[in-house]
Design a protein around this ligand. Structure first.
Ligand code: NAD
Length: 234
């Protein structure tokens, strides 16, 4: 069976946090929390209307106080703690629910709602409250340069080198709650296939393309704990 492979790489998307109360990205509407992606997830949108973009991510940051990790986040933390091989968790999510569930080896490839990026000094700083144009960078103390530390469309995701190394060495690749529409994350399954990894999809429904060897479909709080239990019992 494929589960003898030592190294697991997991890619999570908005679907894993849906049952915690955070809306997914595309849904049936093509919108993210009722906003057009072009307006709130591009540099052009930020330049066009910075106040709207600050407020959008301020709302996302505030929302984190009202949500808690669910059983799927918990199961992945348990997998990392108990699996004898290495587990790398790559998330497209900007929430911090994986960390709050106890996962330690997490790569936030699209940045985090609870972080600020300074265009003056390049520092990435933890950010808890609201952010606005006049906010001071806590590193260089200058105003006017802060933006949400989010990788927007057209920008290069964080830690791609580390991600590629993990994928090259992986025996099992697991995609959880992601639609496979956003690149480069959507291409990870093909990299995994090239290195001969066993590819597993856990989602509400199968995504198109047939790129996976194994799929379990249903709510993340059901399919993820059950898959983790299966892996840990081998
Ligand atoms: P997506 O919204 O495009 O796709 C969500 C996927 O999750 C779909 O395939 C859907 O079938 C599945 N899904 C929905 N509810 C589920 C459930 N309860 N259990 C299992 N699967 C479920 O998400 P994406 O592919 O991650 O792309 C969205 C982008 O938007 C990401 O880059 C991310 O940065 C951003 N985003 C982040 C958050 C967050 O941080 N929680 C939320 C929305 C969007």
């Amino acid at each position: 069976m494929p589960y003898d492979f030592p190294s697991i790489v997991i890619l999570t998307g908005a679907g894993i946090s849906a049952e915690s109360g955070l809306q997914t990205f595309r849904g049936d509407t093509g919108l993210w929390e009722d906003h057009r992606v072009e307006d709130v997830a591009t540099v052009q949108g930020f330049h066009r209307n910075p106040s709207l973009v600050y407020e959008f991510y301020n709302a996302r940051r505030r929302q984190l106080q009202d949500v808690t990790p669910n059983g799927a986040h918990d199961a992945l933390a348990q997998l990392e703690a108990e699996y004898p091989g290495s587990v790398t968790l790559i998330t497209q999510n900007i929430d911090d629910l994986h960390e709050r569930a106890g996962s330690q080896n997490v790569v936030h490839m699209h940045g985090q709602a609870s972080s600020a990026l300074c265009s003056h000094c390049g520092a990435r700083c933890s950010w808890k409250g609201d952010m606005k144009e006049s906010s001071l960078c806590s590193h260089c103390q200058r105003a006017g340069g802060l933006r949400p530390d989010i990788v927007w469309f057209g920008e290069i995701p964080y830690e791609m080198e580390r991600i590629e190394k993990a994928l090259e060495a992986c025996g099992i690749f697991v995609s959880i709650g992601t639609s496979g529409n956003v690149y480069p994350a959507a291409g990870f399954v093909n990299l995994a296939r090239q290195v001969g990894a066993h590819r597993v999809e856990l989602n509400l429904e199968a995504t198109s393309g047939g790129a996976f060897d194994e799929g379990h479909y249903g709510l993340a709080t059901q399919v993820v704990p059950s898959w983790v239990k299966k892996v840990l019992s081998r």
